[in-house]
Design a protein around this ligand. Structure first.
Ligand SMILES: CC(C)(COP(=O)(O)OP(=O)(O)OC[C@H]1O[C@@H](n2cnc3c(N)ncnc32)[C@H](O)[C@@H]1OP(=O)(O)O)[C@@H](O)C(=O)NCCC(=O)NCCS
Length: 180
């Protein structure tokens, strides 16, 4: 079960703009990423091995955010082999202490600016109907990039999840202008 708590009041939060560093993950980030995912609302908790593999094999298309010794944000993403123009964003999590200060948006930008994303013209992700924060975050990305969002069912509650999980809707955002 997730143990999500309300974000603290604004005045209690650190100045994340000054204190937060972004970088590509390494294998030693796997365990802290797993911990952050486990305490985030809405996100499926996968095995530690899964996050070790992501931090190792998809490091160039993922990002972690640290504040001192603490990992406070992560975006895991990859370029699907059959879609070299698309970044598929798998999970995004920001610790409650750093939410609503633009960190998720900065992390998405960080990945899109990496060399490995030069051919990326679309961002895809999946969201459930009720994840307002996630929908707002991707709507904001589309607005900033002046792009449309197409929405369709990707993994259906009955057909794919055997009624164990809500339907995941695919958001396809783009096309972006390709980097020079
Ligand atoms: C979704 C999440 C990653 C957003 O992180 P964040 O750093 O607070 O997001 P940002 O500050 O960059 O905000 C991005 C946009 O989303 C909006 N937003 C963020 N949280 C919101 C919320 N709870 N409700 C409505 N809008 C929200 C912001 O206003 C901003 O829009 P704007 O650019 O038009 O002002 C964070 O709330 C989280 O970790 N949630 C739990 C896990 C999750 O749902 N992950 C997404 C699915 S993979």
């Amino acid at each position: 079960m997730n143990t999500f708590q309300e974000a603290p009041a604004l005045q209690e939060r650190p100045d994340t703009n000054q204190d937060i560093q972004l970088r590509s993950p390494t294998a030693t980030d796997g365990a802290p990423v797993h911990n952050l995912i486990r305490k985030s609302a809405f996100l499926d908790d996968n095995s530690l091995y899964c996050y070790l593999a992501i931090c190792t094999h998809f490091s160039k298309t993922s990002v972690v955010a640290t504040m001192g010794d603490d990992l406070v944000g992560v975006v895991t993403a990859y370029i699907p082999p059959e879609q070299p123009d698309t970044l598929f964003v798998w999970q995004v999590a920001v610790d409650t202490v750093a939410q609503k200060r633009g960190l998720a948006s900065k992390m998405l930008n960080y990945i899109l600016e990496q060399n490995g994303c030069k051919s990326v013209q679309y961002v895809e992700t999946t969201v459930t109907k009720d994840n307002d924060a996630s929908r707002a975050m991707f709507a904001s990305l589309a607005r900033r990039r002046n792009c449309n969002i197409d929405e369709s069912v990707m993994f259906d509650r009955e057909e794919h999840f055997l009624n164990l999980h809500d339907t995941e809707y695919k958001l396809r955002i783009g096309p972006f202008a390709a980097a020079e």
